[in-house]
Design a binder for this molecule. Structure first.
Ligand code: NAD
Length: 254
C-alpha cells in the first residue's frame, strides 16, 4: 500500500529532500506540497500557497502531512489538518511553549508525531546518553552542536532534546555559550551552538571526570537521513489513531 503524503515547507531544504527521497520509494507518494506562496511544481509535485491548504487537502486527500517549515507555518496548517482528519508528522523545531501546547491539543483530534531529529542514529545516541549520564555520576557535562549558517533556531531542537535527556538523569542547569572565565559549577551543563557553511547537523555530548573523557557524537552527512526517517514515521502514523506519538515508537515497531 502506498501512503499519500503532503509536504508543508515543500520549497525549503528539507521539503525538497523529502520530495526527492519519496520519489525513490514505492511505499510513499507525495501528492501535494505547501509553501508560503504558490511555488508551481517541485519534483513533479504541485506546490500551492499557504492560503490554499484547506482546498488542497480536500482535493489531494493525503493520508499524512509531513511538516518541515517554520513554527508559525506548522501551526498555520493544524486547523486544516484537524478539519479533514489527517495525521501530522512535525519535523520543524523551535516551537515556544504555546506552539508546543497547540500541537499537543491537536493530538486530541488527529494523530501527531513530533521529533526534533528523524535520524535513527540520534535515537540510539539518546539512549546512550541516558546510560552514560546515569553511570558516570559527577562527570562534567558539555554539549555542542553545529549547523548550517541559515538555521533560524539555536540551540538546535536536537540539542534541546539531548539536554532534556540529560536532565531526566541528572539535575543540571544549562549555561548557554559560557562567557568569561568563571569556574565551572558542578550542577551545570555548557551548551554551545555554532553556525557555519552547510553543515547538516553535528551534536556532541562530552562527559569528563575521573581522568577520562567520554565523547558521544553524531554527524548527519545528508538531509536524506532526516527525510527517510520522517517518511517512515508518516507510513507508521497513517495506521494510527488520534494521539501524541514519538519517533522511537516507529523504531521500536520495526
Ligand atoms: P528552510 O528554511 O530551508 O525551509 C523552510 C521553508 O518553509 C522555507 O522554504 C520557507 O519559505 C517555508 N515557509 C515559510 N512560511 C511557510 C508557510 N506559511 N507555509 C509553508 N512553508 C512556509 O529550513 P529547513 O532546513 O528545510 O528546515 C525546516 C525545519 O525543519 C527547521 O525548523 C529545522 O530545524 C527542521 N529540521 C528538522 C529535522 C528533523 O529531523 N526533525 C531535520 C532537519 C531540519
Amino acid at each position: 500500500m502506498t501512503t499519500a503524503i503532503a509536504v508543508n515547507g515543500a520549497a525549503g531544504r528539507m521539503g525538497r529532500t523529502v520530495i526527492e527521497t519519496a520519489a525513490e520509494r514505492d511505499d510513499v507518494e507525495v501528492v501535494v506540497g505547501f509553501h508560503a506562496s504558490d511555488a508551481g511544481e517541485i519534483g513533479g509535485v504541485p506546490v500551492v500557497g499557504a492560503d490554499e491548504v484547506p482546498e488542497a487537502l480536500a482535493e489531494h486527500d493525503p493520508d499524512v502531512v509531513v511538516d518541515f517549515s517554520l513554527p508559525e507555518a506548522a501551526l498555520g496548517i493544524v486547523d486544516a489538518c484537524v478539519e479533514v482528519d489527517v495525521g501530522l508528522v512535525v519535523g520543524t523545531t523551535g516551537f515556544d511553549d504555546d506552539g508546543f501546547d497547540a500541537l499537543e491539543a491537536a493530538s486530541d483530534e488527529i494523530p501527531v508525531l513530533k521529533a526534533t531529529n528523524f535520524s535513527r542514529g540520534i535515537q540510539v545516541l539518546l539512549r546512550t546518553v541516558t546510560e552514560a549520564v546515569g553511570a558516570l555520576d559527577g562527570y562534567d557535562l558539555e554539549l555542542m552542536e553545529t549547523h548550517h549558517n541559515d538555521k533560524v533556531d539555536a540551540p538546535s531542537g536536537t540539542a534541546n532534546t539531548i539536554l532534556e535527556t540529560v536532565q531526566d538523569e541528572r539535575d543540571v542547569e544549562p549555561v548557554y555559550g559560557r562567557e568569561g572565565h568563571a569556574p565551572r559549577e558542578d550542577d551545570e551543563i555548557g551548551v554551545f551552538a555554532r553556525r557555519a557553511g552547510d553543515v547538516r547537523g553535528e551534536h556532541e555530548l562530552v562527559l569528563a571526570g575521573n581522568d577520562e573523557v567520554v565523547s558521544l557524537s553524531h554527524r548527519a552527512e545528508d538531509r536524506a537521513v532526516f527525510a527517510a526517517g520522517a517518511l517512515d514515521a508518516a507510513v507508521w502514523l497513517a495506521d494510527r489513531g488520534d494521539g501524541w506519538h514519538e519517533f522511537d515508537e516507529v523504531i521500536d515497531a520495526e
